[in-house]
Write a protein that binds this ligand. Structure first.
Ligand SMILES: NC(=O)c1ccc[n+]([C@@H]2O[C@H](COP(=O)([O-])OP(=O)(O)OC[C@H]3O[C@@H](n4cnc5c(N)ncnc54)[C@H](O)[C@@H]3O)[C@@H](O)[C@H]2O)c1
Length: 255
């Protein structure tokens, strides 16, 4: 299936690892030029950008950015416009995860979740919408990475994450309704249990993985690439009737 994405320009936040890194590779396979935005050490992000450029023949750049910092976001869009002249696609994928018992949640810790998982989405989306309007583009795409925790959870102790991912889901629908008529597609994807370096390194990861396997209808945790495939599809003409959707990619976990 030709997704007709060749030559487009995408920003992927949190593109240096996990689901975001898989999104970068999937876009690169489709001929999309990449701005990999991550707050890891810039050498790591640039090395990954070069690797994908060499492998797939696309143009790439790595940028060090904290999506919750307005100055970083401004600088990111300036750099993107300088190199590529436009941005067509934004994957709002960077997220702050973590387990926090309610009695341990300080206001500062709560604000860190809000900053990355809510403010980051606002700031990054404003940047793309500004380009869409100034350049009078016909279509642009935003995909937000939500989480199944926003809808159903059994972890018993991550209310800041759940609350902010719930806000991200509502933001997705609200923004689609606000800017959809301008040709800006805003959708969300809902991963469930995904095998990344981060989830593999949590305490009791093996036991957790075995327990998950029993409750996931497809019988196993997802690979990052399996989430990326759906996210990339949402940015194609083939998904032109999908607007404001929150697409369940949990392998049936939410059933
Ligand atoms: N892994 C899962 O099981 C799972 C499940 C549901 C939802 N999600 C969501 O998917 C998204 C990606 O998660 P992942 O598992 O791939 O994570 P990950 O930890 O493997 O990678 C996240 C990347 O984002 C970067 N990042 C984090 N905060 C940032 C910030 N403020 N600014 C810029 N970059 C930042 C990190 O440096 C890292 O490279 C997150 O939004 C997460 O909440 C993950």
């Amino acid at each position: 299936m030709d997704l007709k994405l060749n030559g487009k320009v995408a920003i992927i936040t949190g593109g240096g690892a996990g689901i975001g890194a898989a999104m970068c590779e999937t876009f690169a396979e489709e001929g999309v030029n990449l701005i990999i935005a991550d707050f890891r050490p810039i050498e790591q992000t640039e090395a990954y950008a070069k690797e994908l450029a060499n492998k797939y023949g696309v143009e790439t750049m790595g940028v060090k950015v904290d999506v919750s910092n307005p100055d970083d976001v401004c600088a990111l869009y300036e750099a993107a416009l300088k190199k590529f002249g436009t941005v067509d696609i934004l994957m709002n994928n960077a997220g702050k995860m973590g387990l926090n018992r309610i009695e341990d949640v300080t206001i500062n810790e709560l604000r860190k979740f809000e900053a990355v998982n809510i403010e980051g989405l606002f700031l990054m989306s404003q940047g793309l919408i500004k380009i869409h309007r100034e350049q009078k583009k016909k279509k642009s795409w935003i995909v937000n990475t939500i989480s199944k925790s926003a809808f159903t959870t059994n972890s018993g102790g991550n209310s800041p994450y759940i609350a902010t991912k719930g806000a991200a889901a509502s933001f997705t629908r609200g923004l689609a309704s606000e800017v959809g008529r301008e040709g800006i597609y805003v959708n969300g994807i809902i991963p469930g249990y995904v095998k990344t370096e981060t989830t593999k390194s949590i305490p009791n990861a093996k036991e957790r993985s075995e327990a998950m396997t029993k409750i996931i209808p497809v019988g196993r945790e997802a690979e990052p690439k399996e989430i990326a495939d759906v996210a990339v599809f949402l940015c194609s003409e083939k998904a032109c009737q999908v607007m404001g959707a929150l697409v369940d990619v949990t392998g049936g976990t939410m059933l």
